[in-house]
Design a protein around this ligand. Structure first.
Ligand code: AMP
Length: 420
């Protein structure tokens, strides 16, 4: 029978990498909480309509990338391709608008998109996500961007570029859309197939195309900044002022429109110079009309999502620290199988003291057990002689110092040595 492997585009995060994820997640959690955000656990699947209405029918995500299935009762469900729509649904469903505003929430977890897998692009990937709901204040946009930049600073990431733009609002976007279409119309035949099909349905996305021919054509496209209404240009100026206050170096990229329809006003991305083609570590912006598009009242919102895989890839590339690799405090070396019971008792005494402790279960040679013990802070060596005398030989691996401790005191004594 053929061996079953993981489906294309999904990957196992094995122990040599998972501790790095835990570090990034821990830093993110601590930072988000310190900025006043609270965690929510959102469902992995939702009604398909949430995404088709929220993200937009004409986006690549909804058109081509969703994992949609019917459940036993014939409902159309979709594995979440992103978290924002779910967060807004949750805010509405739990009447969070009735409490103090804004509501600041964070979540982290896997997202699913049927994309062409490549380095840094997977079909299941993890996002760190923060959202502020219920405020139109541009300083909230600044808070979101500032949080992501502080996260990367704490993680030691460098060589990042922060690009910002405004994609306008329903008042000014139609005029820009028209100006863009007028500019592109004479070049329609030269655009790639996807861009041609975007021309009528979603022309702003043409600005985002990575194909060289399309990029060359859109180089001379009208600048969205020239079409912004007073409110949008005032908002953008206030966001830029706020970013200056933080000392954040950003630049405007008029092509930045982002792949999801719900963005209004601020759009931003953080790009890593060390990632190759899939260089976005973070994307976000304001989405003041998302709540309405999923059937709720008007609720302004702003947030970002950042991919853990790409953060870890960048950090590895840049030699950033992931904190201390996990290691054991103590390893019990059982020299004589006849006193295995004593060794097990010692192991659990160590664990009850809150220490990281382990032992061999495969009857390995003492030499091999010592090899494993060399990765722990202490080796607790137990042979027939020690067991008979009610002691254990404890060797500090870093110094090689060895001494005998009373069996009953060994665990607490190791703990106090470690906390010194
Ligand atoms: P988006 O929701 O498309 O704005 O993406 C936000 C962030 O999620 C990106 O900047 C990436 O860091 C990450 N991301 C998006 N799609 C993928 C993917 N297919 N594989 C890995 N990371 C992704």
């Amino acid at each position: 029978m053929a061996e079953i492997t993981a489906p294309r585009g999904v990957r196992d995060v094995l122990p040599d990498e998972s501790w790095k994820w835990a570090y990034v997640l821990g830093q993110f959690r601590g930072l988000a909480e310190s900025f006043g955000f609270s965690e929510v656990h959102l469902p992995i699947f939702e009604h398909t309509e949430l995404f088709s209405r929220g993200i937009g029918d004409t986006t690549d995500v909804v058109e081509k990338e969703m994992y949609t299935f019917e459940d036993q009762a014939g409902r159309s469900l979709t594995l979440r391709p992103e978290a924002t729509a779910s967060m807004v649904r949750s805010y509405l469903e739990h009447h969070m608008a009735s409490g103090p505003q804004p509501v600041k929430l964070w979540c982290a977890g896997p997202m699913f998109r049927y994309e062409k897998p490549q380095k840094g692009r997977y079909r299941q990937f993890w996002q760190l996500d923060v959202e502020v709901l219920g405020s139109v204040n541009p300083l909230v946009d600044v808070e979101i961007i500032g949080l992501s930049l502080e996260l990367y600073r704490r993680l030691g990431m460098t060589n990042l570029e922060v690009v910002v733009n405004s994609v306008g609002c329903p008042v000014c976007r139609p005029a820009y859309r028209e100006a863009l279409q007028s500019y592109l119309r004479p070049h329609l035949g030269e655009l790639c197939g996807s861009c041609r099909s975007r021309f009528d349905r979603n022309p702003l996305r043409i600005l985002d195309c990575k194909k060289e021919t399309c990029k060359a054509i859109t180089e001379g496209a009208p600048d969205v900044m020239d079409s912004l209404c007073d409110e949008c240009s005032g908002h953008f100026a206030a966001v830029r002022r706020g970013l200056d206050l933080l000392g954040a170096r950003t630049h405007i990229d008029k092509r930045l429109v982002r792949g999801l329809d719900y963005y209004t006003k601020t759009a931003y991305e953080v790009l890593s110079g060390d990632l190759g083609a899939q260089n976005a570590v973070c994307g976000g912006g304001r989405y003041d009309n998302l709540a309405e598009s999923i059937g709720g009242p008007h609720v302004p919102g702003v947030g970002f999502a950042s991919g853990i895989e790409r953060i870890v890839l960048t950090m590895e590339q840049q030699g950033c620290s992931f904190g201390r690799a996990p290691s054991l405090d103590a390893f019990v070396v059982c020299v004589d199988e006849a006193i295995r019971d004593e060794a097990v008792k010692l192991l659990y005494a160590l664990r009850r003291e809150g220490l990281g402790a382990d032992m061999d279960y495969q009857g390995r040679s003492v030499k091999t057990q010592f090899k494993t013990a060399s990765q722990a802070a202490f080796a607790c060596i137990l042979g027939g002689d020690e067991a008979a005398r009610g002691v254990v030989a404890v060797k500090e691996m870093a110094t090689g110092n060895q001494e005998e401790l009373l069996f009953d005191d060994a665990a607490s004594s190791i703990r106090s040595r470690l906390s010194r």
